[in-house]
Design a protein around this ligand. Structure first.
Ligand SMILES: O=C(O)CCC(=O)C(=O)O
Ligand SMILES: [Fe+2]
Length: 239
């Protein structure tokens, strides 16, 4: 199965709601043209933000549960020799670095009539993901039935999506769908329908709630990502 790629000028808000919102993933093009962070390089980030404290975790299923804090410069210095596949998974607003809000701007599709803050903690759901080649995020569904968008600034991400109906064939996420051997051993997965594709700089992915996804950074990659609910859903969830 292929994923739709649509330019922002060809996608009205009405069409987003009727064809994609809560229905299927797609790639949005042309929505990052004016973002300040599009000019960033590793050297620039190290120079300007190297003193920031960021959170890192490993790229495998166990690693996602344990975070460490390091200086960003320290992570970047080791980006070429990162055998343990540490991944900078940096919820910058939770770390009180809200100035970074200004270096990009969320497309309207994902801000209009949406909720983007955790009621209990008051935290925004905003992340930078900076990772060496082969870092990434194991197969999962996003927390609390949130939707997400994810924009590549530099590098490349390889993705797999599965529809929520494929849940019985996905071993609760304990499968590496980029690993041939794992795919052959875990035979149930043959009944699922993966959508494999790559995401390049300037491209934004929309991930609907409950869709399974796994991500591998094919090169040293920087992305920015936010999670949200459509307003109506949150009201329903709260009863
Ligand atoms: O590694 C990535 O860019 C994807 C991250 C992701 O899917 C998540 O944190 O929910
Ligand atoms: Fe995710």
């Amino acid at each position: 199965m292929l994923i739709d790629k649509i330019r922002i000028e060809d996608l009205s808000y009405e069409r987003f709601l009727s064809d994609y919102a809560d229905k299927k993933p797609f790639i949005l093009l042309g929505a990052m043209e004016n973002w300040e962070c599009r000019q960033w390089t590793l050297d620039f980030i190290k120079e300007k933000y190297g003193d920031r404290i960021v959170t890192i975790r490993k790229s495998d299923i166990e690693g996602v549960k344990t975070f460490k804090q390091v200086r960003l410069a320290n992570y970047i210095e080791h980006i070429h020799d990162n055998e343990d596949r540490w991944y900078c998974d940096w919820n910058f607003t939770a770390l009180n670095q809200k100035d970074l809000d200004l270096v990009y701007s969320s497309p309207d599709y994902f801000t209009k009539d949406t909720l983007r803050v955790d009621d209990e903690t008051g935290q925004d759901f905003k992340w930078f993901f900076l990772g060496s080649e082969q870092t990434g995020t194991p197969l999962h569904q996003d927390f609390n039935k949130t939707h997400a968008w994810n924009a590549v600034i530099f590098g490349q991400k390889d993705w797999v999506f599965f529809h929520p109906d494929d849940t019985p064939y996905l071993y609760e996420g304990n499968i590496n769908v980029f690993d041939q051997e794992d795919m052959e051993q875990k035979t149930l997965v043959k009944q699922a329908t993966p959508i494999y594709f790559s995401q390049k700089p300037g491209e934004i992915i929309y991930a609907p709630r409950n869709w399974w996804h796994q991500v591998v950074n094919a090169e040293h990659t920087l992305a920015v990502s936010e999670n949200f609910w459509f307003k109506q859903e949150q009201l329903i969830q709260q009863g």
